[in-house]
Each structure stands twice: as C-alpha cells, then as structure tokens.
Design a protein around this ligand. Structure first.
Ligand code: TXA
Ligand code: MG
Length: 331
C-alpha cells in the first residue's frame, strides 16, 4: 500500500486520535508520531521501526506550559532551558509524571520532552491537544529522514499519513539534556549548541549520565557503506587505504584543497558539504543517503571542528563510522 502524503492537519490529528501513526516534519528531522497516552499506538511505533521496546521515545508537546503535565517538579534548570529554547531543537529528560506510560519511557523513571518549532508540527500538536510520542521516522539502520520522500522510502505504507513540510531546517536531531538530577548532563549533541545551553545554565554540562541512553550507542546512524571519519588532514591517507569504490564527503573548502594538491586518486568520487557547520548539518543526512545509494564500499567523511552545530555533525559521523552490531542499531 502506498502511503498517503499531504498537508491536512485536521486529518492527521484525527488519525492520531484513532490510534494511528502520522509522520510529521519537525525543524530537526521527521518524527513518527503516535498518541503518547495510547499503549497500542505506541506499540505500533516500535513495531514499524523495528526498535527494541526498552528504548524510550520523546513526547512532543505544543507548548512549554504543558511541561508540568508530563513531569514531576521539573526544577530551575528545566524551566530555564524550556524558556530559552522551546519551541526548538532541545529535548529535556525529566522525572516523569505518574500517568506517563511505561511503553513510552521503556520503564525508566524519566521522560523525554520536546516542543518542536516547525509550523506544521506546531499546528499538528495544537490540533491534537496532547502529547505525541515520536522517534525519528526512519526504519532500523537508516539515518534520520529530513524530507517526506525519505520517510516514504523508509516506512512506505506502514504509516497511516505523512505530513509533507519540505526539508527540515536543522537537519540533525535535537540536543538531549538530562535535567532529572541536580547535575544537567548532555546526552546527545544536536540542534541547540552546547555553548548556548551552558550560557543559559551558567555552568558546564557534564557528559552522559547514570541513565544509559540507548540512542547514544555507537552504530545508531549507520548507512550501508563503511564510513571512515577522519580529520581533514588525514583524508588523503584514509582514501589511499580505503576499499573501492570510495567516495569522499567533505566541506567544499577541504575538497578544493585536496583536489588542488592532487591527492584524490582517479575513480574516487566526492560530495561537497557546505563549510558552515549549520548549513553542513542541514545537508548531512541527505548527503549520506545520496552516497549510500551509489553502491560504495567506503565513505571517507571529514570531521568538522566541534563548535556549535559542528559537534552534532561530528557526533553523527563518528556513530556512522562506529562498530556495527544489530543490538545497537535501533535508529
Ligand atoms: O530531533 C529529535 O529529537 C527527533 C524529532 C522527531 O523530535 N526525535 C528523535 O527521536 O531523534 P529518537 O527516538 O530517534 O531519539 C531519541 C533519543 C533516543 O536515543 C532515546 O534513547 C533518548 O532520546 N531518550 C528518550 N527518552 C529518554 C529518557 N527518558 N532517558 C534517556 N534517553 C531518552
Ligand atoms: Mg532516531
């Protein structure tokens, strides 16, 4: 069955109310949405994605005012971050309210909450009126979708409706900050720069947390080709040793300099990313999907400097290059 694609918000909200699945655009990536208060709808999300049940889903809300309905005594850090970055590409991990389903949290005492800024996501959440549980709308093993066409390619007829909102602005997933303890922790770099979060908190974020964050396992973002992630200075050596066919994925300025120095061997193709980290994040997943459709054995990718959105890009490239195990790879 071919999926239904459109822009009908009322229809999409009706499908959610009936326990169906709606893929929808956010400013980061497309989400695969279900009524967060329906155990059966949430179960379908796990089934369609092929994702192990223990890996929790983010609950998407229309407005920051709904924070208190979904978590217990959020605390100053949560309130300050919600005020500064919602709506936007930030997910807060907070102690869950009693009504939050184990199906959503994987049994964890915390829940992931986010208010997306994409106008279509905003309209959908407002029309639905309650929390929408949504992981990225990709099948197991694929990078997150940043266009409706990516969702169609990954999930096809398994989703009841796909809201088409064009290409996602940010292009990588939300930043995840755990505010469930007294020490705010960065669980995943993403669309809000770490530096901006630390400026609001007036303190440095610690890395990771005592809670295992399954989505931060190494092979989360793996395309089919083997990815080798290296600093710009090491591209020539990595390309020389890489199994053919090989392509290089690098910022335009880096590609120009390795091409000028003659260190790109014949037969090795290349794909340029923008030099600016924010623009690079916007293009990253479409570029990986493009390269992955070319039947390559190897993609040699350049790690950008880890400031601002560069941290999220470097993180996703490292994961794409990480060791592959089926258990880890839940997309
Ligand atoms: O930008 C995004 O965050 C996108 C859009 C659709 O909102 N969503 C997304 O969802 O990337 P997903 O499921 O692909 O990744 C969410 C990550 C997972 O790694 C999950 O383990 C983690 O968030 N997570 C969710 N709830 C959590 C919790 N209570 N504790 C720790 N980690 C949690
Ligand atoms: Mg995902």
């Amino acid at each position: 069955m071919s999926p239904t694609l459109g822009t009908d918000i009322a229809h999409a909200a009706g499908i959610l109310r009936g326990g169906g699945l709606v893929a929808f655009p956010t400013e980061t990536v497309y989400g695969l949405g279900a009524d967060a208060s329906s155990a059966s709808a949430v179960s379908r999300v796990f089934a369609v994605k092929g994702r192990p049940r223990a890996h929790p889903l983010i609950v998407h809300l229309a407005a920051a005012e709904q924070l208190d309905a979904w978590c217990e005594s959020p605390g100053d850090a949560a309130r300050a971050l919600a005020a500064a970055f919602w709506p936007g590409p930030l997910t807060l991990i907070a102690r869950r309210a009693p009504h939050v389903l184990d199906d959503v949290t994987g049994g964890a005492p915390t829940v992931g909450l986010r208010v997306p800024s994409h106008p279509m996501a905003q309209r959908l959440l407002a029309a639905f009126g309650d929390g929408v549980a949504a992981p990225s709308a990709n099948r197991f093993g694929a990078v997150s979708p940043t266009t409706a066409a990516h969702v169609v390619a990954d999930l096809g007829g398994d989703v009841d409706y796909i809201l088409d909102g064009g290409a996602c602005d940010v292009g990588v997933e939300s930043t995840i900050v755990d505010v469930s303890t007294g020490t705010p922790a960065l669980l995943r770099p993403g669309g809000v720069a770490r530096e901006a979060i630390e400026a609001v908190l007036g303190r440095a974020l610690v890395l990771g947390s005592s809670t295992p964050a399954p989505g931060t396992l190494p092979s989360h973002y793996a395309p089919h080709a083997r990815v080798i992630a290296v600093d710009a200075a090491d591209i020539a050596a990595a390309v020389r040793d890489a199994q053919r066919p090989t392509a290089v994925l690098a910022p335009a300025a880096v590609l120009a300099s390795i091409t000028a120095s003659g260190s790109l061997p014949d037969g090795v193709t290349s794909l340029a990313l923008p030099d600016d980290p924010r623009a690079m994040a916007h293009e990253l997943y479409a570029a990986l999907r493009d390269l992955d459709g070319r039947g390559l054995a190897t993609i040699v990718a350049t790690l950008p400097p880890e400031a601002g959105l560069g941290a999220a890009v470097a993180d996703r490239l490292r994961r794409a290059a990480g060791p592959r195990t089926v258990e880890d790879d839940h997309g």
